[in-house]
Every structure is written in C-alpha cells, then in structure tokens.
Write a protein that binds this ligand. Structure first.
Ligand code: ARG
Length: 481
C-alpha cells in the first residue's frame, strides 16, 4: 500500500511501511459518515464564532457534502492516508487547496476520533434498541398464542416443574428487557460531546463548544480534555451491554438447540431455518441456533480486547487506542444480526404441543404442588415434602406417573393425602394454581406479557429520541454559517 505523505502522517521522512503499519484507514473508513457529520458541525461552529470566514466554511461544507454524496453513490475513492480523518482532509485539499486547512482549526484527531466513536456508538445503540423492541414484541405475541401450551421447566437440565410456554417466552423476554436498561446506560455515558478539547489541554482559540454540542445534539460536554481523549469507557460500556445481550441470546439458542433434538422432540424447525448436512440426507440441523450461540462468544472476546487495550495505558491519548476500532465496529452489526436472527428464528419454530404435554404428564414434576397442597392443610412443609417424596418413590416403583396416582396408593403412603390434595398432581392445575407474582400462573403471565410490551415501547421511544446521523447530516447541510 502506498500512503500519501501528508504532514500529519509523518511527512516525507516516514518510511512507507511504517505508514502502512500505523494506518487505520482500512477499518475507520466505516466511520466516514460520523466523521463528516462531526466535521460539518465543527466547521459551523468555527464560522459562527468568526474563527474562519463564512465563505470558506461554505466552500468546505460543499466539499464535505460532496464526499458524502460520492460515498452514497459508491463513486468516492479515498486517498491512501493514515486514517479516515486525514483521508477526508486530503480529499477537500485536493479540490480547495490551502483553504481546506481551515477545517482543522482548534481540533486534533484525538478529539475528532473520540467524537466519531461516540456518534457511532449512539447510532448503533439506537439501531439495536429498535431490534430489541421487535424481539420483545415478538416474544409477547408468541406468549399470547402459547398460554395453554405446557412443557417441563428445567433446573440442572433435569425436569423441574410444569410451566406454560408463555411463561418460558416471558422468561426470555425478561432478560432482553434488562438489555434495554443496559443500552440506556450506554446512551447516557456516550452522550457527552468530546470535540473542542483538542489534543489534550484545550485550545487558545476562542471556540464555543456549546454551539457544536447543540448542533450534534449532545446533552452535555465532556469535563476534562486529558480524560476525554483517552476515554473509551463508553466503548467498553457498549461492548459490555452487547456481550450481556448476546449471552442472553446464546442461552435462548441453547434451549432451542436442545428442544429441536429428538431426545427432547419439543420443537420442529421450519424448513426455512433448518440446515442440512452435505452427507447425511435425513438431517435438519439447528445451525441458526448454533451460530447465534457461536457468534455470541465474539462479544466476550471484544469486551476483553478493549479492557486489555486500556489496561496498560497512561492518562491521555496513546496511539494504542486506534486498536479499539476492529472490536468496536464489529459490536453493533454483531448485536443487530444475532438479535434479528433470533427474532426471525423464534417465529419459525413449531412446538409439538402433544409431545410437550406428554413430557409433563409422564413425570413427577408436580410433586412440589402436591407437597404444597398438603402444606395448605396445615402440615409443615418439610413433613409434606417427605410424604410426597415417599409417594413419588412408590409411583416410580410401579412405573406410574404422578398424575395417575390413586387415592388408595397415596393413603397407603401417608393417610393425610386426600382427593383434593391429589388434584394438584394434574399438570394443568399445577400451573393454574400458581398465583404469585413472577410465577407461571395465568394472571402472572398476563402481567409479564404486558410488561414485555411496555418495555418494547420504551425501547422504541429511546431509539426514536436518539439523534440519527442521517437526520443530523440533513440539518447540518442547511445550518446557518
Ligand atoms: N487514527 C487515530 C486513531 O484512530 C487518530 C488519532 C491519531 N492521533 C495522533 N495524534 N496520531 O486513534
């Protein structure tokens, strides 16, 4: 690769291989829109504060807009430069000559890149919130349709208690509601304008950071330049939120990976999401769920990468920080693609209701309910637990599921069992009788479905409140200079 030797990339003295080694352009050209939006806002501020003449500002803005249009049309060819910031400067210099140099007044690439990254994270968070809203709505809608479907729940991957499928889906949704919170925190952290602190100590030119802040719609300014240029906490917060969300997706995917196996036999994968084998003609593999799980691992690595990157640094900016680019730029698309795929795939799994119910009915998962029914009669729970345990063992010896136990057998184990108590061995009753908040009972599940819907609406509202790059670009193009 040959790299134009601008003064900022080391001048003519720098070895070409050193320039190639130090360049981030291959990655950070993905930040072109962010860079242009930031530059137009900075330019507008420079013009409004009379630091540069407005005619020059207008000419430079025209070029910045032309670069954006070229990028949209696919005709833009960026010069081989050290990074996207220098490539943009090189492009406007090509057209405007020396005048182009006015743009970098009172700015360093250190605060410029911090801005680009914050704009990027803000944009991606808005996109992800939109996807999360859809996922939560999808889970709520499916839960509404699956109120009557019963299946086993698992602890230690052993059958535990009968639950409704609606409850299981609300359980998944509950995890994703916390992702909305985590992304809300990221938005709060990212929403400080870094631009205007220069390389580290500020600028002696009379700029007005408030103008830039308003133009880019950041609610506040960063407090201290030394901190600002070395700060990647917002990137780690995003990577953490992403990792947590993808761990959630991974766990859901693992459930479906299991449920689709003949050993469980609870779900059939629609032909649209079942992958085949190149050798075994009978296969219908859950590759989609495996890859949701597999890709989530990347997010764990990405957070780790950022933490290790920052770990050895002193205060202020160090060039190491450029190595944040790969993992940070991957985070948004990774999150969006995995969550979107989960949403799509969940719409294409068919539960085998009979098989699910047979699993519930043929087992002893209602034992807790029987013990609780005894406890309701005033028998201490531990005593009821032991009596029910003995009843389960008696049933197991006879190969009898708990739902089929006779009063005679129960009373031979413990005379305190009666017909009323045994009714709770009916799996449907076991589910219906759970009236506590947060349980699998129907009233609680109704509330949970409503909560998922309200979190979805909240996620959407949060996303809508984020100033988006395209809209900022439009308004900045017309802003008074
Ligand atoms: N490409 C650099 C980065 O992404 C831009 C900042 C470089 N600053 C500097 N003083 N060399 O971090």
């Amino acid at each position: 690769m040959t790299i134009a030797k601008t003064a900022a990339s080391g001048g003519p003295g720098l070895h070409p291989e050193v320039l190639a080694f130090t360049s981030s352009l291959a990655l950070d050209k993905a930040l072109l829109t962010e860079d242009l939006v930031g530059s137009i806002a900075h330019l507008t501020m420079l013009s409004r504060t009379r630091l540069i003449p407005s005619e020059d500002a207008r000419a430079i803005r025209e070029q910045l807009v032309a670069i954006w249009k070229g990028a949209q049309a696919g005709t833009l060819v960026l010069a081989d430069e050290e990074d996207v910031h220098m490539a943009v400067e090189a492009e406007i210099t090509r057209v405007l000559g020396e005048r182009a140099g006015l743009l970098h007044t009172a700015r360093s690439r250190n605060d410029q890149v911090a801005l680009d990254l914050r704009l990027h994270v803000r944009e991606k968070v808005a996109e992800v919130l939109g996807v999360l809203a859809k996922l939560l709505e999808g889970l709520a809608a499916r839960a509404e349709a699956e109120r009557e479907t019963l299946l086993p729940s698992y602890t230690h991957r052993q059958r535990a208690q009968p639950i409704s499928l609606a409850y299981l889906l609300c359980g998944y949704g509950a995890m994703f509601t916390r992702d909305v919170d985590a992304l809300g925190f990221v938005l709060e952290q990212v929403s400080a304008l870094p631009l205007g602190v220069g390389a580290i100590g500020g600028t002696s030119l009379p700029i007005d950071r408030e103008v830039t802040r308003e133009l880019l719609r950041f609610p506040r300014l960063t407090m201290n330049g030394l901190d600002t240029v070395g700060d990647r906490d917002f990137a780690m917060d995003f990577a953490y939120a992403a990792m947590r969300s993808l761990l959630h997706a991974s766990r859901v995917a693992t459930d479906f990976y299991d449920f689709a196996s003949p050993e469980f036999g609870f779900v059939k994968l629609d032909g649209e999401i079942a992958c085949g084998s190149s050798m075994m003609p009978q296969k219908r593999n859950p590759d989609v769920f495996e890859l949701i799980r597999g890709k989530s691992g990347r997010a764990v690595g990405n957070l780790n990468t950022l933490a290790v990157l920052v770990k050895g640094l002193p205060g202020g900016y160090s060039r190491d920080l450029q190595e944040d680019r790969q993992v940070l730029l991957e985070t948004g698309p990774l999150l969006t693609s995995v969550l979107s795929m989960l949403h799509l795939a969940l719409g294409k799994v068919h539960f085998d209701k009979e098989r699910c119910f047979a699993a519930v009915e043929s087992d002893y998962m209602q034992a807790t309910d029987v013990a609780e029914a005894l406890a309701m009669k005033g028998i201490p729970f531990r005593t009821a637990y032991k009596a029910t345990g003995a009843l389960v063992r008696a049933c197991q010896e006879r190969g009898l599921p708990l739902a089929k136990v006779t009063l005679e057998l129960a009373q031979s184990v413990d005379p305190r069992f009666d017909a009323e108590v045994l009714k709770s061995a009916d799996p449907r009753r076991a589910v219906e009788r759970k009236a506590n908040a947060g349980g699998t009972g129907p009233a609680s599940v109704e509330k949970q479905i409503a909560e998922l819907k309200s979190h979805a609406a909240r996620a959407r509202a949060m996303a809508d409140a984020v100033p988006r790059l395209a809209a900022l670009f439009d308004s900045l193009q017309e802003a008074a200079l």
